[in-house]
Design a protein around this ligand. Structure first.
Ligand SMILES: [Zn+2]
Ligand SMILES: [Zn+2]
Length: 247
């Protein structure tokens, strides 16, 4: 009787509150299962130009083959590859902003599913043992109340049935905003900012973050993970900024 009532109530809710695209409010077609409408998904700025396979820096030429960027040639990153859902532009930027700054924590599942689909091919060759989110310092976490990267890592973990431990990698030192800093200053700003709470035993790690700009944070996290016993680190982010290189 109770389950019957519950099903009836759910049906009533769906009738009263049909699912809408969280970005534009368009009514979603039932049965399709997408969390965003087709128009918003189309405007998610996929990275379909050639790019650097290590840090996903996109190149301006629409065609051409993938090759290492200058920053990765000069300082080899401690991670094996980077993949993103798309560029930090257009609707994807809007979605990441809403997820990160405006409390839209329920974007975690749809964004993680899209990212998982994007990673499916590369995951055939690189099967991670665990997912680690780029952590926030506790002061920042207190102000922001949640770490969007951890929400994302957990959803990916649920999807792939992999652990996504929250406290293994910690940000032990608060850091200034990376915005406006040069490559060297970014590296200095992050030096010693992360630590592991326990040693790893040769696991392959997928480091998860929302946005990758210069890659300085990912580099520092990956170096910490490798020093702590990870066998390798790859990086998955929602969005890649079309930006500068490390100097
Ligand atoms: Zn939409
Ligand atoms: Zn690169």
């Amino acid at each position: 009787m109770l389950s019957f009532l519950r099903a009836e109530l759910r049906g009533l809710f769906e009738l009263l509150l049909p699912p809408c695209c969280p970005l534009c409010g368009t009514l979603l077609k039932s049965g399709v299962g997408d969390a965003f409408c087709p128009a918003c998904l189309d405007a998610f700025a996929p990275l379909d130009s050639a790019c650097c396979p290590r840090c996903a820096l996109p190149y301006p030429q629409p065609s051409g083959s993938d090759h290492l960027c200058e920053a990765c040639l000069r300082h080899e990153p401690p991670f094996v590859w980077t993949r993103c859902l798309g560029l930090y532009e257009a609707k994807l930027r809007e979605a990441v902003h809403a997820f990160k700054f405006h409390g839209k924590v329920h974007f975690d599942r749809p964004l993680a599913r899209l990212l998982a689909a994007r990673l499916e091919t590369v995951r055939q060759d690189y099967r991670p043992d665990l997912l680690i989110a780029v952590p926030l310092h506790r002061q920042r976490l207190r102000a922001r109340t949640y770490n969007q990267s951890l929400l994302l890592a957990r959803e990916l973990g649920r999807f792939w049935r992999l652990p996504a431990p929250a406290r293994l990698l910690r940000r032990v030192r608060p850091t200034h905003s990376q915005q406006g800093l040069s490559g060297d200053d970014r590296r200095r700003n992050l030096k010693g900012a992360f630590a592991l709470t326990q040693k790893l035993a040769g696991q392959r790690v997928l480091l998860v973050d929302d946005v990758l700009t210069t890659g300085a944070t990912a580099r520092e996290c990956a170096a910490t993970l490798l020093a702590g016993g990870a066998s390798s680190v790859a990086v998955a982010v929602l969005a890649r900024a079309r930006l500068q290189k490390l100097q």
